[in-house]
Design a protein around this ligand. Sequence first.
Ligand SMILES: Nc1ncnc2c1ncn2[C@@H]1O[C@H](COP(=O)(O)OP(=O)(O)OP(=O)(O)O)[C@@H](O)[C@H]1O
Ligand SMILES: [Mg+2]
Length: 452
Amino acid sequence: MAKGHSVYRCTECGAEHSKWAGKCDGCGAWNTLVEEAVGRTTGPARGRKGVLPASPPVRLSEIAAGRTPTRWRTGIAELDFVVGGGIVPGSLILIGGEPGIGKSTLLLQCAARLEAAGVPVLYAAGEESVEQIQLRAARLTEDAGRVQVLPEVRLDAITAQASASGTRVLIVDSIQTTYTDELEGAPGNVGQVRECAARLMRFAKETGTAVLLIGHVTRTGGIAGPKTLEHIVDTVLYFEGESSSDFRILRCVKNRFGSVDEVGIFQMTASGLTPVANPSQTFLAGRDSGISGSAVTPLLEGSRPVLVEIQALAAKSGFGTPQRVATGLDHRRLAVLLAVLERRAGLRFSDLDVFVNVTSGMRLVEPASDLAVVAALCSSLKDRAVPPDAVFLGEVGLGGEIRPVAATERRLSEAERLGFRQAFVPARGKLSTSIATIPVAHVADLARRLAA
Ligand SMILES: Nc1ncnc2c1ncn2[C@@H]1O[C@H](COP(=O)(O)OP(=O)(O)OP(=O)(O)O)[C@@H](O)[C@H]1O
Ligand SMILES: [Mg+2]
């Protein structure tokens, strides 16, 4: 194929350049030029005479019921749940995640299930050889034998093959290895990634094929290449997890065909990813409630409450500057909570090493778990276990006050379901729940109660 013509456009001011340069002549910004193919209809419509749309406009009421998309269920309950009930034909779904988290495994399992359900799948592999994929397939519970694998990185060849073989679901592993000849940039650079995603979007819409794209996440957490990829695609899923744990969370951050509130929880096993049906129970399975420094809190993952254990250890520091180590929790949040305990409850941590760990590889992102972190810290400092049947829920303010959090009742009913009998909750706000609640207004109040 003849090499296409391309230009470099500034992402700040839109100025066009015929050659790449570090600095934009238009606005003076650095590192903003991105390669773009010329002669396509991505820019504003020119309104040329005699150009007719490929299909005439249609009234929504005239669209036959059969044309409204049904969904393909993959049979992987957590995945179907996260995408809103199944994969919508003609949609473009981006699955991002750190290296080695299990993106290829998840999509290979998905491919095997779809094939078994009679949906033809093409797996375009740009990162691994077919033999390597076969090795992965061999360890799965699903039989992936019928899945067609295409070792190819040229986008046009991938879409041509997908059209020729009547593919309904196309998996591209990964967008960073796929490239088009029409741009000069190397695969994985911003221009290539954006152009390939835009072309796959058009392919999906024109043929009704669902396209699942794998995208690597950079150290800073974005999908390598542009943030603009998130605008192009219909659905963005992130596959996350701590490297030290087997648990993986599939989180939806954008969905044109469903809610973004849902998360799926998986466990990586020798036979692939298995959905975790009862995460709270699984996460608390190894808990020893009699030891000091352990507290349980109901997190909200999407719309689902999930109970996790937070462990803290405060120990005499051997060296000059005491250490603060937080796993599954922002270390700055830990510093804030320690400062609040020191100033507002008179608890001395300044000469102690402090370690905080969220078990099962979950991450605390909501301030709603502050009270449990504080309870674990107080418990470790006094070397006194918290009541074994208690959960803690509340945000801690800089004044030491405990503030109410969203969806308290839903979280507490999950705690009750798992056998917890009491909940330390903010003093403000009325609750209608059957679990016994112990209102705490201030961190000093909590410290007193735990020491009593
Ligand atoms: N036999 C096994 N038992 C348990 N877990 C395994 C086994 N083999 C592989 N894994 C897990 O699968 C992960 C690799 O999965 P996969 O290749 O799907 O990840 P990926 O996100 O596609 O990675 P990459 O970014 O390199 O493409 C490993 O990091 C490991 O955690
Ligand atoms: Mg992979």
